[in-house]
Design a protein around this ligand. Structure first.
Ligand code: IVH
Length: 697
């Protein structure tokens, strides 16, 4: 009898396994080769987790043909890479009028500018950005945005787009034109009818269709797609295009590019907001998708002074249209454990379309949020809690992560009960702790928690971290499930430990393994800022990685200094805290991270495989302040503190908040007090604001 039920269980498991395997294979293909993800990542993860669980219970199911043994589908990596001469950045977002007012206030404050400030307003096209490089008037290459620094070479495809000039007359020697590739609604519908008639898969929406069409390895397919192009900015130019944004756009128009006809010049905030309303009212009848309005400072000299933050310009912002709402049923609440152990509740929803995308998960933030309170204990949703079985309204915040806006109490089933947040980690069973004053509950399992280990690895290989081609989240997950990669150092041992086995796996061959090994080896040399970000230390984002790398310049100096700062006092601790951009929260997180002996051992195993690239101090000849540590104090009359800091950093100086023996210069304006005294007593060079400006002129 026992034997019979065991074999029944195996039959049922095999049936479920086959269904899962087919779904995963189909999703892999759609994701990796067809640019058309069919299911949300979290659903893919759930399918994979269920498959692995079945294989753990019934090892006879796991064979060479299992998706668990394959690493995605072979990447459609036929495109070469192109490094952008000027990075392709993204835009900050404004979601309401107050955000736009803030944007203008910040610009005025940064520039210390009270006079007239003109801005342009133009539709934000919902397509795919493209950079076109012309040399002596001829189109030489076209690249997608990629990670902003490097994109895919889609030149052959771009040449098939009628609205992209092949040659332009009277152009500067070098001209990079940037804009958006998109599809009109009517032309998208005709395209889908044709694809359906040919028995091919139809495309989800115009944006996906534009992206998929541009990223075809066969340019004749792109040529048969009705792609269009609006130009709205530029990259490298050998001669200025004009003195203003509108002037430069007009010049691009003369070269033959399409400029959006709704672009307006606005003298003040009121006109910007009126233009936003006007563009929004035309949204439904425009004939192509837009998802907001972009505002840009018109004066290009002011744009240059404003410059950029790490990933966004200070002189432009995207004012997004309000998110579309949809109502659906909350089927369940899952808990995901992140790389720092944070427990994140995720709503599992009955799939519903929101703004053209099928949504089946939404973030629930934390226990308080579910209970109807914010992190200060104040009511949200008028105190309504969220229960499994509830009907909820969902929206896509900033058009990406779905969120729950509200819950409909009238439709609450009688059986629905308040949600009880777990007190032990669902992944490793360790105790869950919520620190005083913190909204987040954390698993205390550390490295023994498999979820934390996997999330750390996912982060390690992510785009802004090690970014190893062919080793994305899905692949690292598969290697983790195999037990091959448990910590970052293991990645660098794949070649000599597992390459042989991998070559024999379905979906792998000599070529793909060689490619993976080559990509891993290429990352044995890594810039310090990327390494620091990749470690997954709490509060250490990309910007902090750069700030720390620029300050300490080498791994050895950084590592020694952080360990020396462990007593949370003394020179090294003070130095860490004095770095502009490092606050006590990050400083404490750094010291705590490296204080743990197991973590240190794991990091040292990793470092043994790497050459960490030092941060080259900008050459002394390029700037008289390169590599110098500068402190600003007192009132500055000709520039704001923020502008002074940004300019100094652009010239390669380190800006510090406090004076020490390591300070090279103090720039002191009227009202300077203690810092000036300290500088004088330490013999630090003191400059007036005018002397500083003369020095860097
Ligand atoms: S200006 C420095 N103008 O939006 C960045 N971008 O969310 C300059 N986009 O990556 C970009 N319409 O792909 C600009 N009229 C417009 C735009 C626009 C769409 C896209 C662009 C950018 C993304 C940022």
């Amino acid at each position: 009898m026992a034997k019979k039920s065991a074999s029944n269980a195996l039959v049922a498991a095999r049936a479920e396994w086959m269904r899962l395997a087919a779904q995963i294979d189909a999703a892999n293909l759609a994701y990796h080769q067809q640019d058309a993800p069919e299911i949300p990542d979290a659903d893919y993860d759930a399918l994979k987790a269920r498959l692995l669980a079945l294989e753990a219970d019934f090892p006879q199911l796991a064979g060479a043909d299992s998706p668990s043994a394959k690493v995605g589908a072979p990447a459609a990596s036929g495109f070469g890479k192109i490094r952008h001469a000027v990075p392709m950045l993204s835009l900050g977002n404004a979601f309401d009028d107050a955000d736009v007012a803030d944007f203008i206030t910040q610009i005025r404050r940064f520039l210390n500018h009270d006079g007239p400030l003109e801005l342009t307003a133009e539709p934000k096209i919902d397509g795919l950005s493209l950079s076109l490089r012309y040399e002596d008037g001829a189109l030489v290459h076209a690249a997608t945005r990629g990670d902003g620094a490097e994109g895919e070479n889609v030149t052959a495809n771009a040449r098939t787009i009628a609205e992209i000039p092949q040659k332009i007359g009277n152009a500067p020697k070098v001209l990079e034109v940037r804009g958006e590739v998109y599809l009109r609604h009517d032309e998208f519908a005709t395209l889908n009818e044709r694809l359906a008639a040919e028995g091919q898969k139809t495309l989800a929406n115009p944006r996906n269709a534009a992206a998929g069409s541009l990223r075809q390895l066969d340019a004749s397919i792109t040529a048969a797609r009705p792609l269009r192009f609006f130009a709205y900015t530029w990259g490298e130019v050998s001669a200025p295009l004009g003195a203003t944004q509108t002037g430069a756009l007009a010049r691009l128009g003369e070269f033959g590019f399409k400029i959006n006809p709704l672009t307006r010049l606005c003298p003040d905030l009121e006109t910007l907001l009126a233009t936003y309303a006007e563009i929004e009212s035309q949204r439904a009848t425009l004939g192509y998708d837009i998802d907001g309005v972009v505002y840009k400072v018109n004066d290009l000299a002011l744009q240059a002074r404003l410059g950029f933050r790490t990933t966004t310009p200070r002189w432009a912002i995207a004012h997004k249209f309000p998110a579309e709402l949809a109502t659906t049923e909350l089927l369940g609440i899952d808990i995901q454990v992140g790389r720092t152990g944070a427990l994140s509740p995720v709503a599992r929803l009955r799939p519903v379309t929101v703004g053209g995308v099928v949504v089946s998960n939404a973030t629930l933030h934390n226990a308080d949020y579910i209970a109807g309170r914010d992190s200060f204990g104040a009511e949200i949703r008028d105190g309504r809690d969220i229960r499994i079985g509830d009907w909820v309204t969902v929206y896509r915040a900033g058009d990406v992560i779905p969120k729950i806006k509200d819950v409909d109490l009238a439709r609450r089933p009688d059986s629905a009960v308040p949600y009880i947040f777990p007190t032990t980690c669902p992944e490793c069973g360790s105790e869950v702790l919520r620190e005083e004053g913190e909204a987040v509950a954390r698993c205390t399992g550390g490295l023994i928690c498999p979820a934390q280990a996997l999330e750390k690895l996912r982060h390690f290989v992510s785009r802004s971290a090690f970014d190893i081609e062919g080793l994305g989240a899905k692949q690292i997950e598969a290697f983790f499930a195999e037990g091959w990669v448990k910590e970052p150092a293991d990645i660098f041992e794949i070649e000599h430990k597992y390459a042989e086995t991998l070559r024999k796996r379905d979906g792998w061959g000599d070529k793909s393994v060689a490619k993976l090994v080559e990509a891993i080896n290429a990352r044995r040399s890594i810039p310090l800022n990327r390494l620091l970000f990749a470690l997954g230390i709490r509060h250490l984002g990309e910007t902090a990685g750069q700030v720390l790398a620029r300050h300490y310049t080498s791994w050895a100096a950084f590592y020694a200094a952080i360990q020396a700062a462990a007593p949370l006092e003394g020179d090294d601790w003070d130095e860490l805290n004095s770095i502009d951009g490092v606050g006590p929260v990050l400083a404490t997180a750094l010291v705590t991270y490296f204080h743990n002996a197991e973590t240190r051992a794991s990091v040292e195993r990793l470092i043994a495989h790497l050459t960490v690239e030092d941060v080259a101090a900008p050459s002394a000849s390029s700037s008289p302040v390169a590599g110098k540590t500068v402190v600003f104090t007192g009132t500055l009359a000709r520039m704001t503190r923020a502008e002074a800091k940004a300019t100094a950093e652009n010239l390669g100086a380190k800006v510090s908040g406090s004076v020490s023996a390591k300070t090279d210069m103090l720039v002191a304006g009227p009202g300077a007090g203690a810092k000036l005294k300290t500088a004088q007593s330490l013999g630090v060079q003191v400059l007036s604001e005018d002397e500083w400006l003369a020095l860097i002129a």
